[in-house]
Design a binder for this molecule. Structure first.
Ligand SMILES: C[C@](O)(CO)[C@H](O)COP(=O)(O)OP(=O)(O)OC[C@H]1O[C@@H](n2ccc(N)nc2=O)[C@H](O)[C@@H]1O
Ligand SMILES: Nc1ncnc2c1ncn2[C@@H]1O[C@H](COP(=O)(O)OP(=O)(O)OP(=O)(O)O)[C@@H](O)[C@H]1O
Length: 301
């Protein structure tokens, strides 16, 4: 292990291209069928090994203590699992993903931390082990650890690769939030959507959370209605973000500009934010790790 070794890696967003709730487990968690895809947009994490065994994170996130931050929790979890002394690490987070937006930012941060420290600490744990560890931190961590666009079942931990189309997406955050537990606990949530096959889901699905989310936060419904004028817009996860697939980059960036302009001239609420990004079936995290492996095996950096 090289002293003060450093590593910078992305923590991309995910979208749920459809999300069906097909049952409820005895422990209260809901059984899902979902299609996960990554975006070429997200947070960036920088890691630097320390001379002592401390784990630090900067900057802190508003409303999340360091102890609760999924980055620190992932680092401690891995450190505790290995059972041998390991150097500490300073972690710097460049946060771009809105928190609680349904883009899986916290889960993605946790997965990037697990894979980065597995690399820096030279643990060579297998992906199944890292995904199982990740699942204890959040239901969405395994898909970010595995890094392929996937058909997800169970609580999203049973994953098989899904050959999704990769359009551009315009993603709007309505500037309001809904609690994931609040949506899943809502008496009017549909919980009995019939099981379907992945190939059927690839032809189009819906998000079962939409009706309840519209009721809880009508402002999110307004974003869905606006984006549906441009394409088959959908909520990701339990919201609050709404995405609209757009085939061509130029058209997606044009719609992004139109919405930004609407916000600037107060046609839309100024709490809205928007970005455009391409979808991808191999996570940008794994693309970066693959480049790292190639450059270290060829000596090219
Ligand atoms: C809806 C998705 O975004 C789809 O990708 C995820 O399944 C949500 O995953 P997450 O944000 O990591 O959610 P967690 O933090 O694990 O769960 C928050 C709360 O939502 C409820 N919950 C969550 C996931 C699930 N499949 N069933 C549930 O009932 C539980 O009450 C849980 O206490
Ligand atoms: N590093 C982190 N980044 C973001 N949120 C974090 C982090 N660590 C802990 N959290 C907590 O996790 C909560 C959910 O954050 P996240 O951004 O993952 O939500 P989300 O995009 O709705 O996720 P999902 O789609 O999995 O429901 C936050 O409100 C915050 O309290």
């Amino acid at each position: 292990m090289k002293g003060n070794a450093t590593l910078t890696l992305p923590a991309p967003a995910k979208l749920n291209r459809m999300l069906h709730i097909v049952g409820k487990r005895p422990d209260g968690y809901h059984e899902l069928q979902t299609l996960f895809q990554f975006l070429e947009h997200g947070d960036t994490l920088h890691f630097r090994l320390r001379d002592d065994d401390a784990i630090t994170l900067s900057p802190q996130l508003d409303g999340v203590s360091a102890e609760d931050n999924l980055i620190v929790r992932a680092a401690r979890l891995l450190q505790g699992t290995v059972g041998q002394p390991l150097p500490g690490v300073d972690i710097a987070l460049e946060k771009r993903l809105p928190m609680g937006g349904g883009l899986g930012g916290g889960s993605s941060n946790a997965a990037t931390t697990l894979l980065a420290l597995d690399h820096l600490w030279q643990l060579n744990l297998d992906t199944d082990t890292l995904a199982t560890l990740g699942l204890t931190l959040g239901a969405d961590v395994p898909v970010f650890v595995r890094g392929f666009a996937a058909w997800g079942e169970g609580v999203g931990e049973r994953l098989v690769p899904a050959p999704l189309d990769t359009p551009w997406f315009v993603v709007v955050h309505p500037g309001v939030s809904v609690s994931t537990a609040g949506v899943f606990g809502h008496p009017q949530l549909t919980r009995d959507t019939p099981l379907i096959s992945m190939s059927r889901a690839l032809q189009g699905g819906h998000n079962d959370c939409e009706a309840v989310v519209r009721r809880l936060e009508p402002g999110i419904g307004e974003v869905i209605d606006l984006l549906r004028q441009h394409g088959p817009a959908m909520l990701t996860g339990t919201g609050a973000c709404v995405f609209c697939p757009i085939e061509e980059e130029a058209a997606a960036l044009e719609l992004e500009r139109e919405i930004l302009y609407g916000i600037a001239r107060h046609a839309y609420p100024d709490r809205w934010s928007v970005f455009g990004a391409r979808g991808c079936n191999i996570s940008p995290l794994h693309q970066a790790l693959n480049r790292l492996r190639v450059s270290s095996s060829t000596g090219v950096s």
